[in-house]
Design a protein around this ligand. Structure first.
Ligand SMILES: *[C@@H]1O[C@H](CO)[C@@H](O)[C@H](O)[C@H]1NC(C)=O
Ligand SMILES: *[C@@H]1O[C@H](CO)[C@@H](O)[C@H](O)[C@H]1NC(C)=O
Length: 379
């Protein structure tokens, strides 16, 4: 209860800005706290053997309580002995001390003349418990440091505090504790992680986030996972193929495979958004391969492949040479294998007869099949 903290956070996931604001609430005495005796170092006040006895007693108590550190504890010391007790055993602990009370606070602070924050709420408790009986309380800010492998508690500070007679009024006391930000103002701190992010990961998470927002606003019932994980086979990488690929990518599809046997010609780039003038030079690149490459360039998170091959068509008999027969068989086998390996098949070719064979194969494998038509309004 004495050491609670609050943390407000906000993650701006679009910009990778992470805001956080800590509060370590502390109740304030209406009249403040008065240190009677200036803090001194443990090493200046006690002998080495007394300090060792304190450290030993503290370690034994930690061990007994099964903790690595004790935030607060009660101390009784004489010339040659130290007794330490957990805070909860305060009843009667100081009975034989003739009105002297000494308490220990595990202190993260390293200012030599000031105690750290954890003392604040503890003093409220001390004032409540002993304030009406005692003039003062001795406080040990226990500073347990290990430097270059050597443990040292001699930097701990010890001082006396005058407890207010009246700890807290009936009204809720003032409380402080919100941490100031880097500019010294009352507001959250911010960590900007945008530069540390791998650009490819950034692209992927931005795309995902955007999709989630789109879905959330427009079609909250849409099973985005299903769409994103769909493996799509695009038969044809022309005007239809290019546009469908971009739209699928826009909806988060990550696996896109193209099949086409044509090369990119000079008339293509103006209408087919995956190609550029350069792609038409030296006879033109194969469309399927160029389209797959371009998708990777647009979004490295996509897994795209291209197959430069023909789809056998009825009414286009292969001539009966060994070579062309073997090629046609290979093409059919490859087409069947590709349809097998995908969830959705898009028919994006410009002839009706070329759609026949893949439609039959896809139907036999019960795959989702889209017949896609281009309706051109300006010829
Ligand atoms: C965060 O870092 C990025 C990259 O350096 C920068 O463009 C952006 O302005 C920063 N944002 C803020 C709020 O400082
Ligand atoms: C693409 O396939 C066609 C026939 O389908 C072939 O003539 C051409 O050489 C192939 N191109 C490449 C780069 O493999």
């Amino acid at each position: 209860l004495l050491n609670r903290f609050l943390l407000l956070t906000f993650a701006d996931l679009k910009k990778y800005h992470f805001y956080y604001w800590f509060c370590y609430p502390a109740l304030c005495f209406p009249d403040g706290i008065h240190i009677i005796q200036k803090p001194v170092c443990l090493g200046d006040r006690f002998t080495l053997s007394q300090i060792q006895a304190l450290q030993k007693a503290y370690d034994e108590l930690c061990h007994k309580e099964g903790v690595t550190a004790l935030p607060y504890f009660l101390i009784k010391y004489h010339d040659n002995s130290v007794v330490i007790s957990p805070l909860k055993r305060w009843d009667g602990f100081f009975q034989d001390q003739g009105g002297k009370v000494a308490v220990g606070v595990y202190d993260p602070c390293n200012l030599s003349h000031y105690p750290g924050w954890p003392l604040r709420n503890f003093l409220i408790l001390a004032a409540h418990k002993w304030g009406s009986l005692l003039q003062s309380v001795e406080v040990l800010c226990f500073r347990d440091r290990t430097m270059q492998g050597v443990r040292d508690i001699t930097h701990s500070i010890i001082f006396e505090i005058k407890l207010p007679e009246r700890a807290l009024g009936p009204d809720c006391p003032k409380a402080v504790g919100w941490e100031k930000n880097q500019k010294g103002g009352m507001g959250p701190r911010m960590v900007n992680l945008s530069e540390c992010m791998d650009p490819k990961r950034l692209a992927e998470s931005s795309v995902d986030l955007n999709l989630k927002l789109m879905c959330w606003r427009l079609v909250p019932t849409l099973d985005l996972e299903k769409i994103v994980s769909a493996k799509c086979l695009l038969l044809g990488a022309g005007t239809l193929g290019c546009s469908v690929a971009r739209t699928l990518m826009g909806w988060g599809v990550r696996k896109i495979t193209f099949v086409d046997n044509a090369k990119i010609s000079y008339s293509n780039p103006v209408r087919q958004p995956l190609y550029e003038f350069e792609d038409c030079l030296s006879g033109g690149k194969p469309k399927a391969l160029a389209a797959a490459d371009r998708l990777q360039k647009i979004f490295p998170g996509v897994s795209s492949e291209g197959y430069n091959m023909s789809i056998p068509m009825p009414g286009h008999p292969v001539n009966f040479s060994e070579v062309t027969m073997a090629q046609a068989r290979k093409d059919v086998a490859k087409l069947e294998e590709l349809i097998d390996a995908h969830d959705v098949v898009f028919l994006l070719m410009d002839t009706r007869e070329s759609r026949w064979l893949p439609a039959v194969i896809a139907a036999s494998k019960r795959k989702v099949l889209y017949h896609t038509l281009l309706i051109s309004l300006s010829l």
